[in-house]
Design a protein around this ligand. Structure first.
Ligand code: PEP
Ligand code: MN
Length: 339
């Protein structure tokens, strides 16, 4: 439920409500708006004396939160959230669209540093590459591990790009958080609840990918796990879902961008690379994603896609990246945004 304070409620009034809420065993999140403060109360409401809260000084009313996800919902936070990422604090979710690109995996130092420059020169704000890779086959390249993280940190040093990289297990959180600006939780781990709770304790933002068979409510509840764990900085990423369709690796449902923007205040990104599985489809889906209201894109780009150690078929070339990002500016401008 949400406790709406009257305009002019003092700090003391709000603290009194917070104390009451805690006495009833609920977690409080105080949200200060321009004209009034609300206290979102999350937890088991059995045993809560609503009347006591309702009658507290300067409380206007109590409204229930109908969505199953609470802190991720627009019911609690009406305004879109912008999350500062990287060394330059780029506000993802703000007016400017943020493009993040990079190879699926960190393969070696030279390739990554070259790619980082290409990504920066194409106007991207972040470099994404996996150091720990969740591969379908145990015989596929599994990533360079901590060595890969060191190379990513060097790329940030040289380019100023934000570094986004995946954490696939609980035991890696600490080391990944040490190097990365944003922690990615991959599609396969969207329902790994202990991992979600654990990144809830991290200080760095989390980029949460939609599970390949997850409904949107399940996706938002996964985000809720992270927020409830203490980390409000969650970026949602649509990356396509499994369907009967075979001409693509995954089906990319862009209506989800509009729906997520409607239901949640969290920034929404799209990954058209995993969303299609084919490099030739990526530029068109980038354009469509921005038109649909995405706050950012996650694009796989490789200097030599044919020889990539993972996901080469869906990785666009540096030339295609530069051309695509250029074309996106006009689309962003057409819907009142910028790039
Ligand atoms: C990736 O981003 O390279 C990846 C493994 O993506 P997903 O979790 O969406 O499959
Ligand atoms: Mn990949």
């Amino acid at each position: 439920m949400i406790v709406i304070m009257k305009p002019g409620a003092t700090e003391e009034n709000v603290t009194h409500v917070v104390d009451l809420v805690r006495d009833f065993g609920l977690t409080d999140h105080v949200i200060r708006g321009t004209d009034r403060t609300v206290v979102a109360c999350i937890g088991d409401k059995r045993g809560v004396d609503k009347g006591a809260i309702e009658n507290a000084p300067m409380v206007e009313r109590i409204v229930p939160i109908l969505a199953p996800y609470k802190m991720a919902s627009r019911e609690v936070i009406h305004e879109k959230t912008a999350i500062a990422i990287g060394p330059n604090n780029f506000p993802l979710g703000g007016k400017k669209v943020g493009i993040i690109a990079g190879p699926c995996a960190v393969e070696n130092r030279d390739n990554l540093l070259r790619t980082a420059e290409i990504v920066r020169d194409a106007g991207c704000i972040g470099l994404r590459a996996g150091a720990f890779k969740p591969r379908t086959s145990p015989y596929s390249f599994q990533g360079l591990g901590e060595k890969g993280l060191e190379i990513l940190a060097e790329a940030r040093e040289k380019t100023g790009l934000a570094i986004i990289t995946e954490v696939i297990g609980l035991e890696q959180i600490e080391v990944v958080e040490q190097y990365a600006d944003v922690l990615q939780i991959g599609a396969r781990n969207m329902q790994h609840y202990p991992l979600l709770e654990a990144v809830g304790s991290c200080k760095k933002p989390v980029l949460l990918k939609r599970g390949m068979s997850a409904r949107l409510d399940e996706f938002l509840l996964a985000a809720e796990y992270i927020i409830n764990g203490g980390n409000p900085n969650v970026i949602l990423c649509e990356r396509g879902i499994r369907t009967f369709e075979e001409y693509v690796r995954n089906t990319l449902p862009l209506a989800s961008v509009a729906e997520l923007n409607d239901k949640s205040h969290l920034p929404v990104m799209v990954d058209p690379s995993h969303g299609t599985g084919h490099a030739h489809l990526v530029p068109a889906m980038c354009r469509a994603s921005i038109a649909a209201g995405a706050d950012g894109l996650l694009i796989e780009c490789h200097i030599d896609p044919e020889h990539a150690l993972s996901d080469g078929a869906q990785s666009i070339t540096p030339a295609a990246l530069a051309e695509t990002t250029k074309a996106l500016k006009a689309i962003a401008n057409a819907i009142g945004r910028d790039l």
